[in-house]
Design a protein around this ligand. Structure first.
Ligand SMILES: Nc1ncnc2c1ncn2[C@@H]1O[C@H](COP(=O)(O)OP(=O)(O)O)[C@@H](O)[C@H]1O
Ligand SMILES: [Mg+2]
Length: 392
């Protein structure tokens, strides 16, 4: 009988996972409270259930007798997947407690401090008044973040005392957990490292450089490999393996966002799930493996000990096409300078597509292949000017 795999959303970000699930022979079911999302078209079955509501997801998982569950590209998905797999006794996920420890920034900070994991110094608060009363105890600049959100939601930089209260309030207003961290601002370049862990050892990693444009806390482009990765990889791998051993993590993806300043790297954010915005495709180009397939294998509890020995090669990028203002889309123009580097693209805009929140809304993603690091870095920085959304 065909096994049932539940994937916890069906946006463009889950398309690689849905395709990989089908390739592995699963009957793929997607859920999520937005039925119009493009990814649902690729699944075999869809149900309108909010993936962040873990009890509702448990109910439907029981009703559908699923065999496996895979997180979507969002931390709430990782938390729900671990909860559902724990209750139903499925394998492929860390315990619920461990998943919360890793995905909530305050508990991860505490764990990091106790285990010498390099991460910016931070303090956690569970009340706005307590944070505001501590205003004199900080040096500026700072970063304030809700503990439980992703994509830079509720994150802001505090340059001086006068900006402190407002940032604290924004973070508290958005946090579902009603908890925030206030951490030292680290001046450096931003990167990610997506690794695969088997028996608490990193058997593969892929690194890249991350770029944000009009929204400074929201990564919208990447270019791989990360500059100077050789300088930082052993420290990052050591951290991942330490976390994995100490917490007894299951095999699978371990994704790290880090900042680097030429001498050291510091970890700002981690996740145990597939990254979004077609992140798996540059990994595939750079390695000839199917990254999403390995994520599905691990999250569905399949044996991953035969993960292939591969190294990242070449120069690959990924760019989310976004607008710098509100309005209705007329068309998208792509400068010939960048056209020659585009190897694949996925667009979901139609004429008249309404851009309401230009800080997060995308109309498509392009995937790029470059001849060298220098061309890649030059083009990547200019992408918002080279690929433009024209509004009506
Ligand atoms: N300590 C820091 N110093 C400088 N910038 C930071 C720091 N922490 C976070 N940022 C910036 O804020 C963004 C969002 O923070 P992050 O911890 O990744 O939260 P999220 O879970 O919302 O992605 C990052 O992509 C980075 O640009
Ligand atoms: Mg992040």
């Amino acid at each position: 009988m065909t096994k049932k795999l539940l994937i916890l959303n069906g946006s463009h970000s889950e398309i690689p996972l849905i395709k990989a699930g089908k390739k592995l022979g699963f009957h793929v079911i997607t859920i999520g409270d937005a039925p119009g999302l493009i990814g649902h078209k690729y699944s075999d079955e869809y149900h309108p259930v909010d993936y962040s509501d873990k009890d509702e997801v448990l109910e439907i998982s029981k009703k559908l007798s699923i065999d496996s569950v895979c997180s979507c590209a969002n931390d709430f998905g990782a938390i729900t997947a671990s909860y559902v797999s724990g209750v139903l006794g499925l394998s492929g996920h860390d315990t619920f407690e461990t998943t919360l420890l890793l995905h909530h920034k305050d508990s991860f900070k505490k764990f990091s401090k106790e285990n010498d994991i390099p991460t910016p110094h931070a303090r956690s608060f569970d009340s706005a008044s307590q944070a505001i009363n501590s205003i004199d105890e900080f040096n500026y600049p700072l970063i304030v973040k809700p503990v439980d959100l992703t994509g830079g939601k509720g994150v802001s930089k505090v340059n001086n005392r006068s900006e402190f209260n407002k940032s604290v309030q924004i973070a508290f207003d958005l946090s579902f957990e009603n908890r925030i961290v206030i951490e030292e601002f680290f001046n450096g370049t931003q990167h990610s490292l997506s690794s695969f862990v088997v028996n608490h050892k990193v058997v593969f990693y892929f690194s890249d450089n991350e770029f944000s444009f009009q929204n400074p806390y929201y990564v919208s482009s990447s270019a791989a490999p990360a500059i100077h990765i050789d300088k930082y990889s052993s420290s990052l791998v050591r951290s991942i393996e330490t976390i994995s051993k100490k917490l007894g993590l299951v095999d699978g993806v371990f994704h790290v966002q880090y900042l680097a300043n030429g001498t050291r790297a510091t970890i700002i954010d981690i996740t145990r799930r597939c990254s979004g915005d077609l992140y798996p495709y540059p990994v595939n180009y750079a390695t000839d493996i199917d990254w999403s397939e390995w994520i599905i294998r691990s999250e569905s509890g399949m044996n991953c000990e035969n993960f292939p020995r591969v190294n990242q090669a070449g120069y690959y990028g990924r760019h989310c096409v976004m607008s710098n203002r509100k309005g209705l889309v007329k068309d998208v123009s792509i400068d010939p300078i960048v056209r020659k580097y585009i190897v694949d693209e996925l667009f979901w805009w139609q004429p008249g597509y309404n851009i309401i929140d230009f800080m997060t809304q995308k109309v498509g993603i392009v995937l790029l292949k470059y001849p060298s690091m220098s061309v890649m870095m030059d083009i990547t920085k200019r992408l918002p000017d080279l690929i433009k959304i024209n509004l009506v």
